[in-house]
Ligand binder design. Structure first.
Ligand code: FAD
Length: 407
Protein backbone atom coordinates (compact mmCIF):
# COMPACT_ATOMS: atom_id res chain seq x y z
CA UNK A 1 0.00 0.00 0.00
CA UNK A 2 2.80 2.44 -0.79
CA UNK A 3 1.57 5.94 -1.46
CA UNK A 4 3.28 7.08 -4.63
CA UNK A 5 2.79 10.82 -4.53
CA UNK A 6 4.18 11.51 -1.10
CA UNK A 7 1.84 13.34 1.23
CA UNK A 8 3.44 15.44 3.94
CA UNK A 9 2.23 14.73 7.45
CA UNK A 10 3.24 16.54 10.63
CA UNK A 11 2.96 14.52 13.84
CA UNK A 12 3.07 16.67 16.96
CA UNK A 13 4.37 14.79 20.03
CA UNK A 14 7.25 12.31 20.05
CA UNK A 15 6.12 9.69 22.52
CA UNK A 16 4.35 6.32 22.35
CA UNK A 17 1.49 7.40 20.07
CA UNK A 18 3.43 9.83 17.84
CA UNK A 19 6.40 7.52 17.26
CA UNK A 20 4.21 4.50 16.47
CA UNK A 21 2.24 6.60 14.01
CA UNK A 22 5.43 7.93 12.41
CA UNK A 23 6.68 4.38 11.91
CA UNK A 24 3.54 3.18 10.14
CA UNK A 25 3.08 6.32 8.06
CA UNK A 26 6.63 5.94 6.82
CA UNK A 27 5.99 2.27 6.00
CA UNK A 28 3.13 3.36 3.74
CA UNK A 29 5.26 5.94 1.96
CA UNK A 30 4.12 9.18 3.57
CA UNK A 31 6.65 11.92 4.21
CA UNK A 32 6.65 12.37 7.96
CA UNK A 33 7.96 15.02 10.35
CA UNK A 34 7.66 14.66 14.12
CA UNK A 35 7.80 17.75 16.29
CA UNK A 36 8.50 17.30 20.00
CA UNK A 37 8.25 20.20 22.41
CA UNK A 38 11.06 18.97 24.68
CA UNK A 39 14.69 19.41 23.78
CA UNK A 40 15.01 15.60 23.48
CA UNK A 41 12.88 12.52 23.99
CA UNK A 42 11.02 12.48 27.30
CA UNK A 43 12.15 9.29 28.96
CA UNK A 44 10.65 9.54 32.46
CA UNK A 45 7.92 7.46 34.03
CA UNK A 46 7.34 4.05 35.51
CA UNK A 47 6.55 0.72 33.92
CA UNK A 48 4.02 0.48 31.17
CA UNK A 49 2.68 -2.82 29.98
CA UNK A 50 2.51 -3.89 26.37
CA UNK A 51 -0.25 -6.40 25.87
CA UNK A 52 -3.26 -7.34 23.74
CA UNK A 53 -3.49 -5.34 20.51
CA UNK A 54 -0.37 -3.29 21.33
CA UNK A 55 1.65 -6.50 21.57
CA UNK A 56 0.28 -7.70 18.22
CA UNK A 57 1.25 -4.38 16.64
CA UNK A 58 4.80 -4.25 18.04
CA UNK A 59 5.25 -7.79 16.72
CA UNK A 60 4.29 -6.52 13.26
CA UNK A 61 6.85 -3.74 13.74
CA UNK A 62 9.54 -6.31 14.50
CA UNK A 63 10.08 -4.82 17.98
CA UNK A 64 8.68 -7.52 20.25
CA UNK A 65 12.02 -9.15 21.08
CA UNK A 66 13.64 -5.80 21.90
CA UNK A 67 10.72 -4.98 24.16
CA UNK A 68 10.81 -8.38 25.83
CA UNK A 69 14.56 -7.97 26.42
CA UNK A 70 13.94 -4.64 28.17
CA UNK A 71 11.41 -6.20 30.52
CA UNK A 72 11.68 -4.85 34.06
CA UNK A 73 12.52 -7.37 36.69
CA UNK A 74 9.27 -7.09 38.64
CA UNK A 75 7.88 -10.43 39.86
CA UNK A 76 4.57 -9.26 41.32
CA UNK A 77 3.01 -6.75 43.68
CA UNK A 78 2.89 -6.64 47.47
CA UNK A 79 0.54 -4.50 49.50
CA UNK A 80 2.37 -3.33 52.62
CA UNK A 81 1.30 -1.30 55.64
CA UNK A 82 3.22 1.74 56.87
CA UNK A 83 5.48 -0.58 58.91
CA UNK A 84 6.32 -2.31 55.61
CA UNK A 85 4.55 -5.48 56.77
CA UNK A 86 3.11 -7.44 53.84
CA UNK A 87 -0.68 -7.51 53.95
CA UNK A 88 -1.25 -9.19 50.58
CA UNK A 89 0.81 -10.49 47.71
CA UNK A 90 -0.06 -11.01 44.03
CA UNK A 91 2.70 -12.73 42.04
CA UNK A 92 2.96 -11.97 38.33
CA UNK A 93 1.21 -15.20 37.30
CA UNK A 94 -1.81 -14.48 39.53
CA UNK A 95 -4.77 -13.48 37.36
CA UNK A 96 -5.38 -10.49 39.66
CA UNK A 97 -1.81 -9.17 39.67
CA UNK A 98 -1.13 -5.69 38.32
CA UNK A 99 2.25 -6.95 37.06
CA UNK A 100 1.80 -8.04 33.45
CA UNK A 101 3.76 -10.44 31.27
CA UNK A 102 5.59 -7.63 29.47
CA UNK A 103 6.48 -4.68 31.70
CA UNK A 104 8.85 -2.14 30.22
CA UNK A 105 9.91 1.30 31.40
CA UNK A 106 8.05 3.95 29.49
CA UNK A 107 11.39 5.59 28.58
CA UNK A 108 12.78 2.32 27.17
CA UNK A 109 9.67 1.89 25.05
CA UNK A 110 10.01 5.45 23.73
CA UNK A 111 13.69 4.82 22.89
CA UNK A 112 12.92 1.55 21.08
CA UNK A 113 10.19 3.21 19.02
CA UNK A 114 12.45 6.18 18.25
CA UNK A 115 15.35 3.95 17.15
CA UNK A 116 12.93 2.23 14.78
CA UNK A 117 12.08 5.47 12.90
CA UNK A 118 14.85 8.00 13.46
CA UNK A 119 16.50 7.23 10.10
CA UNK A 120 13.31 7.59 8.11
CA UNK A 121 11.53 10.55 9.62
CA UNK A 122 12.44 14.19 10.19
CA UNK A 123 12.62 15.04 13.90
CA UNK A 124 12.25 18.56 15.23
CA UNK A 125 13.00 18.92 18.93
CA UNK A 126 12.48 21.90 21.19
CA UNK A 127 9.73 23.63 19.22
CA UNK A 128 5.96 23.52 19.01
CA UNK A 129 2.98 24.52 16.94
CA UNK A 130 1.75 28.07 17.51
CA UNK A 131 -1.05 28.38 14.98
CA UNK A 132 -2.76 26.25 12.36
CA UNK A 133 -4.51 27.63 9.30
CA UNK A 134 -6.27 25.37 6.81
CA UNK A 135 -6.07 26.69 3.29
CA UNK A 136 -7.07 24.90 0.10
CA UNK A 137 -5.45 21.49 -0.09
CA UNK A 138 -3.25 21.85 2.94
CA UNK A 139 -2.63 23.10 6.46
CA UNK A 140 -0.27 25.98 7.07
CA UNK A 141 1.49 25.46 10.39
CA UNK A 142 3.18 28.27 12.32
CA UNK A 143 5.75 27.34 14.94
CA UNK A 144 7.23 29.10 17.95
CA UNK A 145 10.74 29.11 16.50
CA UNK A 146 10.79 27.72 12.95
CA UNK A 147 9.49 29.19 9.73
CA UNK A 148 5.93 28.21 8.86
CA UNK A 149 5.39 25.20 6.63
CA UNK A 150 2.47 23.63 4.77
CA UNK A 151 1.49 19.99 5.31
CA UNK A 152 -1.27 17.79 3.92
CA UNK A 153 -2.29 16.72 7.42
CA UNK A 154 -1.42 17.37 11.05
CA UNK A 155 -1.83 14.67 13.70
CA UNK A 156 -1.80 15.65 17.36
CA UNK A 157 -0.13 13.13 19.70
CA UNK A 158 0.77 15.52 22.52
CA UNK A 159 -0.60 13.65 25.52
CA UNK A 160 -3.20 14.74 28.03
CA UNK A 161 -2.23 18.41 28.29
CA UNK A 162 -2.02 19.06 24.53
CA UNK A 163 -1.84 22.71 23.46
CA UNK A 164 -2.37 22.16 19.76
CA UNK A 165 -5.57 20.27 20.55
CA UNK A 166 -6.75 23.41 22.33
CA UNK A 167 -5.93 25.50 19.24
CA UNK A 168 -7.98 23.23 16.98
CA UNK A 169 -10.75 21.75 19.12
CA UNK A 170 -11.06 24.42 21.84
CA UNK A 171 -13.73 23.84 24.44
CA UNK A 172 -15.06 20.70 22.77
CA UNK A 173 -12.69 18.68 24.90
CA UNK A 174 -13.94 17.63 28.33
CA UNK A 175 -11.96 16.16 31.19
CA UNK A 176 -13.37 13.59 33.55
CA UNK A 177 -11.21 14.35 36.57
CA UNK A 178 -11.03 11.26 38.79
CA UNK A 179 -10.16 13.16 41.94
CA UNK A 180 -6.50 12.12 41.96
CA UNK A 181 -3.07 13.55 41.15
CA UNK A 182 -0.10 11.39 40.29
CA UNK A 183 3.63 12.02 40.29
CA UNK A 184 6.39 9.82 38.88
CA UNK A 185 10.10 9.90 39.60
CA UNK A 186 13.16 7.67 39.91
CA UNK A 187 15.19 7.09 43.07
CA UNK A 188 18.20 5.09 44.18
CA UNK A 189 17.51 1.45 44.88
CA UNK A 190 17.86 0.20 48.45
CA UNK A 191 17.92 -3.42 49.66
CA UNK A 192 14.29 -3.29 50.84
CA UNK A 193 13.11 -2.55 47.29
CA UNK A 194 13.75 -6.06 45.97
CA UNK A 195 12.06 -7.54 42.87
CA UNK A 196 8.48 -6.89 44.05
CA UNK A 197 6.43 -3.77 43.43
CA UNK A 198 5.26 -2.41 46.80
CA UNK A 199 2.00 -0.54 47.26
CA UNK A 200 1.50 1.36 50.51
CA UNK A 201 -1.61 3.29 51.53
CA UNK A 202 -0.93 6.19 53.87
CA UNK A 203 -3.18 8.69 55.60
CA UNK A 204 -4.24 11.70 53.60
CA UNK A 205 -5.57 9.47 50.77
CA UNK A 206 -2.03 8.89 49.56
CA UNK A 207 -0.75 5.80 47.76
CA UNK A 208 2.93 5.09 47.21
CA UNK A 209 3.81 2.57 44.54
CA UNK A 210 7.50 1.70 44.20
CA UNK A 211 8.65 -0.65 41.47
CA UNK A 212 12.01 -2.16 40.51
CA UNK A 213 13.46 -1.32 37.14
CA UNK A 214 16.13 -2.97 35.00
CA UNK A 215 18.73 -0.25 35.74
CA UNK A 216 19.14 -0.99 39.42
CA UNK A 217 16.93 1.97 40.32
CA UNK A 218 13.51 2.24 41.88
CA UNK A 219 10.59 3.90 40.11
CA UNK A 220 8.22 5.77 42.37
CA UNK A 221 4.65 6.76 41.82
CA UNK A 222 2.70 8.87 44.27
CA UNK A 223 -1.05 9.14 43.94
CA UNK A 224 -3.14 11.36 46.17
CA UNK A 225 -6.79 12.29 46.26
CA UNK A 226 -7.56 15.98 45.97
CA UNK A 227 -10.12 18.34 44.52
CA UNK A 228 -8.97 19.71 41.17
CA UNK A 229 -6.44 22.47 41.89
CA UNK A 230 -4.51 22.95 38.66
CA UNK A 231 -1.31 21.59 40.24
CA UNK A 232 -0.18 20.25 36.85
CA UNK A 233 0.27 23.87 35.72
CA UNK A 234 2.70 24.78 38.52
CA UNK A 235 6.43 25.06 37.88
CA UNK A 236 8.52 21.97 38.66
CA UNK A 237 9.93 23.69 41.77
CA UNK A 238 6.42 24.45 43.02
CA UNK A 239 5.27 20.91 42.28
CA UNK A 240 8.20 19.53 44.25
CA UNK A 241 7.44 21.74 47.21
CA UNK A 242 3.77 20.76 47.18
CA UNK A 243 4.50 17.05 46.96
CA UNK A 244 7.05 17.13 49.75
CA UNK A 245 4.66 19.01 52.02
CA UNK A 246 1.91 16.55 51.17
CA UNK A 247 3.82 13.38 52.02
CA UNK A 248 6.37 14.55 54.58
CA UNK A 249 4.77 13.16 57.73
CA UNK A 250 2.73 10.22 56.56
CA UNK A 251 5.13 7.45 57.50
CA UNK A 252 6.48 4.44 55.61
CA UNK A 253 9.27 5.59 53.25
CA UNK A 254 7.92 9.11 52.82
CA UNK A 255 11.16 10.70 54.10
CA UNK A 256 13.26 8.84 51.58
CA UNK A 257 10.82 9.65 48.78
CA UNK A 258 10.72 13.34 49.77
CA UNK A 259 14.53 13.42 49.50
CA UNK A 260 14.33 11.82 46.06
CA UNK A 261 11.78 14.44 44.97
CA UNK A 262 14.20 17.20 45.99
CA UNK A 263 16.99 15.64 43.92
CA UNK A 264 15.18 14.42 40.84
CA UNK A 265 15.22 16.04 37.43
CA UNK A 266 12.62 13.69 35.91
CA UNK A 267 9.48 14.53 37.87
CA UNK A 268 6.23 14.03 35.95
CA UNK A 269 3.19 15.43 37.73
CA UNK A 270 -0.31 15.23 36.28
CA UNK A 271 -3.93 15.17 37.26
CA UNK A 272 -5.59 11.82 36.72
CA UNK A 273 -8.24 12.73 34.18
CA UNK A 274 -9.86 11.00 31.32
CA UNK A 275 -10.06 12.94 28.08
CA UNK A 276 -13.49 12.90 26.47
CA UNK A 277 -13.59 14.27 22.94
CA UNK A 278 -16.80 14.15 20.90
CA UNK A 279 -14.72 13.88 17.72
CA UNK A 280 -11.09 13.13 17.02
CA UNK A 281 -10.71 14.98 13.76
CA UNK A 282 -11.52 18.35 12.31
CA UNK A 283 -10.66 19.28 8.74
CA UNK A 284 -7.11 18.13 8.09
CA UNK A 285 -6.20 17.63 11.74
CA UNK A 286 -6.72 14.48 13.82
CA UNK A 287 -5.70 13.32 17.32
CA UNK A 288 -4.41 10.05 18.73
CA UNK A 289 -3.29 8.70 22.13
CA UNK A 290 -3.81 10.49 25.43
CA UNK A 291 -4.55 13.77 23.65
CA UNK A 292 -7.72 12.23 22.22
CA UNK A 293 -8.73 9.55 24.71
CA UNK A 294 -6.58 9.38 27.82
CA UNK A 295 -7.99 6.61 29.99
CA UNK A 296 -5.61 7.45 32.91
CA UNK A 297 -2.68 5.45 34.29
CA UNK A 298 -4.89 3.64 36.76
CA UNK A 299 -6.77 2.03 33.87
CA UNK A 300 -3.51 0.51 32.59
CA UNK A 301 -4.60 1.16 29.01
CA UNK A 302 -2.51 4.14 27.89
CA UNK A 303 -0.07 2.13 25.78
CA UNK A 304 -2.71 -0.12 24.23
CA UNK A 305 -4.83 2.81 23.15
CA UNK A 306 -1.89 4.90 21.93
CA UNK A 307 -0.30 2.13 19.86
CA UNK A 308 -3.59 0.79 18.49
CA UNK A 309 -4.93 4.23 17.55
CA UNK A 310 -1.69 5.06 15.74
CA UNK A 311 -1.70 1.77 13.83
CA UNK A 312 -5.33 2.11 12.76
CA UNK A 313 -5.08 5.77 11.76
CA UNK A 314 -1.98 5.16 9.63
CA UNK A 315 -3.54 2.08 8.03
CA UNK A 316 -6.78 3.85 7.19
CA UNK A 317 -4.88 6.79 5.67
CA UNK A 318 -2.85 4.40 3.52
CA UNK A 319 -5.96 2.50 2.47
CA UNK A 320 -7.49 5.70 1.14
CA UNK A 321 -4.48 6.89 -0.80
CA UNK A 322 -3.75 5.60 -4.26
CA UNK A 323 -0.80 5.56 -6.57
CA UNK A 324 -1.97 8.65 -8.45
CA UNK A 325 -1.92 10.63 -5.26
CA UNK A 326 -5.71 10.76 -4.78
CA UNK A 327 -6.38 10.90 -1.10
CA UNK A 328 -9.44 10.94 1.09
CA UNK A 329 -8.22 11.91 4.51
CA UNK A 330 -11.77 12.56 5.68
CA UNK A 331 -12.91 9.02 4.95
CA UNK A 332 -9.77 7.73 6.66
CA UNK A 333 -10.35 9.84 9.77
CA UNK A 334 -13.97 8.63 9.94
CA UNK A 335 -12.96 4.98 9.59
CA UNK A 336 -10.34 5.44 12.33
CA UNK A 337 -12.97 6.81 14.70
CA UNK A 338 -15.47 4.11 13.80
CA UNK A 339 -12.97 1.36 14.58
CA UNK A 340 -11.42 2.89 17.71
CA UNK A 341 -14.42 4.47 19.47
CA UNK A 342 -15.94 1.26 20.97
CA UNK A 343 -12.51 0.16 22.24
CA UNK A 344 -11.89 3.55 23.87
CA UNK A 345 -15.35 3.60 25.46
CA UNK A 346 -14.69 0.20 27.02
CA UNK A 347 -11.21 1.16 28.21
CA UNK A 348 -12.50 4.32 29.90
CA UNK A 349 -15.20 2.47 31.84
CA UNK A 350 -14.37 2.56 35.55
CA UNK A 351 -14.99 -0.28 37.99
CA UNK A 352 -17.46 0.74 40.71
CA UNK A 353 -15.75 2.47 43.64
CA UNK A 354 -12.40 2.95 41.85
CA UNK A 355 -10.45 5.10 42.48
CA UNK A 356 -12.20 6.27 45.69
CA UNK A 357 -12.00 2.82 47.29
CA UNK A 358 -8.27 2.44 46.78
CA UNK A 359 -7.36 5.78 48.38
CA UNK A 360 -8.82 6.07 51.88
CA UNK A 361 -8.29 9.35 53.66
CA UNK A 362 -8.01 8.48 57.32
CA UNK A 363 -5.88 6.16 59.44
CA UNK A 364 -8.97 4.01 60.04
CA UNK A 365 -9.77 3.92 56.31
CA UNK A 366 -6.21 2.82 55.57
CA UNK A 367 -6.41 0.10 58.22
CA UNK A 368 -9.71 -1.12 56.81
CA UNK A 369 -8.37 -1.20 53.27
CA UNK A 370 -5.28 -3.09 54.41
CA UNK A 371 -7.45 -5.62 56.17
CA UNK A 372 -9.42 -6.03 52.94
CA UNK A 373 -6.18 -6.51 51.04
CA UNK A 374 -5.18 -9.23 53.47
CA UNK A 375 -8.37 -11.06 52.49
CA UNK A 376 -7.17 -11.37 48.93
CA UNK A 377 -10.44 -12.89 47.81
CA UNK A 378 -12.64 -10.07 49.10
CA UNK A 379 -14.88 -8.22 46.68
CA UNK A 380 -13.14 -4.89 47.29
CA UNK A 381 -9.72 -6.29 46.45
CA UNK A 382 -11.06 -8.11 43.40
CA UNK A 383 -12.70 -4.95 42.16
CA UNK A 384 -9.48 -2.94 42.57
CA UNK A 385 -7.16 -5.58 41.18
CA UNK A 386 -9.42 -6.50 38.29
CA UNK A 387 -9.44 -2.88 37.31
CA UNK A 388 -5.67 -2.98 36.89
CA UNK A 389 -5.38 -6.49 35.48
CA UNK A 390 -8.61 -7.13 33.64
CA UNK A 391 -6.89 -7.46 30.31
CA UNK A 392 -4.97 -10.57 31.13
CA UNK A 393 -7.79 -12.73 29.84
CA UNK A 394 -9.63 -10.34 27.59
CA UNK A 395 -6.85 -8.52 25.75
CA UNK A 396 -6.96 -10.47 22.52
CA UNK A 397 -10.68 -10.08 21.93
CA UNK A 398 -10.78 -6.35 22.69
CA UNK A 399 -10.48 -4.98 19.18
CA UNK A 400 -10.15 -6.52 15.78
CA UNK A 401 -6.95 -5.25 14.15
CA UNK A 402 -7.31 -4.86 10.39
CA UNK A 403 -4.42 -6.24 8.39
CA UNK A 404 -3.13 -3.27 6.42
CA UNK A 405 -0.81 -4.55 3.81
CA UNK A 406 2.62 -2.95 3.33
CA UNK A 407 3.82 -3.60 -0.21
C1 FAD B 1 7.35 12.11 31.03
C2 FAD B 1 6.15 11.20 31.04
C3 FAD B 1 6.07 10.18 32.00
C4 FAD B 1 4.95 9.33 32.02
N1 FAD B 1 4.92 8.33 32.93
C5 FAD B 1 3.91 7.43 32.91
C6 FAD B 1 3.90 6.31 33.80
O1 FAD B 1 4.80 6.12 34.59
N2 FAD B 1 2.84 5.47 33.77
C7 FAD B 1 1.83 5.64 32.88
O2 FAD B 1 0.88 4.84 32.87
N3 FAD B 1 1.82 6.68 32.01
C8 FAD B 1 2.83 7.57 32.01
N4 FAD B 1 2.83 8.62 31.12
C9 FAD B 1 1.72 8.74 30.16
C10 FAD B 1 1.84 7.70 29.06
O3 FAD B 1 3.05 7.87 28.34
C11 FAD B 1 0.64 7.80 28.15
O4 FAD B 1 -0.52 7.55 28.94
C12 FAD B 1 0.54 6.80 27.02
O5 FAD B 1 1.70 6.12 26.73
C13 FAD B 1 0.01 7.49 25.76
O6 FAD B 1 1.07 8.14 25.12
P1 FAD B 1 0.94 9.45 24.25
O7 FAD B 1 2.05 9.35 23.27
O8 FAD B 1 -0.44 9.63 23.78
O9 FAD B 1 1.20 10.63 25.28
P2 FAD B 1 2.46 11.00 26.18
O10 FAD B 1 3.27 9.80 26.50
O11 FAD B 1 1.97 11.83 27.29
O12 FAD B 1 3.38 11.88 25.19
C14 FAD B 1 3.07 13.14 24.70
C15 FAD B 1 4.33 13.71 24.06
O13 FAD B 1 4.00 14.95 23.43
C16 FAD B 1 4.93 15.93 23.82
N5 FAD B 1 4.23 17.23 23.76
C17 FAD B 1 3.35 17.75 24.64
N6 FAD B 1 2.90 18.93 24.21
C18 FAD B 1 3.49 19.16 23.01
C19 FAD B 1 3.40 20.21 22.07
N7 FAD B 1 2.63 21.27 22.25
N8 FAD B 1 4.15 20.11 20.94
C20 FAD B 1 4.97 19.05 20.72
N9 FAD B 1 5.08 18.02 21.61
C21 FAD B 1 4.34 18.07 22.72
C22 FAD B 1 5.35 15.53 25.21
O14 FAD B 1 6.59 16.11 25.57
C23 FAD B 1 5.43 14.00 25.07
O15 FAD B 1 6.66 13.60 24.55
C24 FAD B 1 3.90 9.50 31.07
C25 FAD B 1 4.00 10.53 30.11
C26 FAD B 1 5.11 11.36 30.07
C27 FAD B 1 5.19 12.45 29.02
Amino acid sequence: MKVNKRKKILVSGGSIAGLTLAYWLHQYGFEVSVIERSAGLRLGGQNIDVKGPAWEIVKKMGLSEKIRAANTTEIGIRFVDTKDKIVAEFPKDNALSMTQEIEILRGDMVKILYDGVKQDVTFIFGDQVKKIVEEGEGVKVFFNKREEETYDLVIIAEGIGSNTRQLVFGDEIKYNYLGLYCAYLTMERLPQDGPWARWCNAVGAIVFLVRPDNYDKTRVCIFFRSPERGYEKLSIAEQKELLIKKIENVGWEAGRIAKAIRQTDDLYFERVSQVKAPRWHKGRVAMIGDAAYCATPIAGKGTDLAVTGAYILAGELARRSNLEGAFSHEEAFKAYERLMRPYVTKAQRLAPGVPRLAYPDTRLGVAILNSFFSLAGSRVVKSIMQFFSKDKKQAKEEIHLPDYEVR
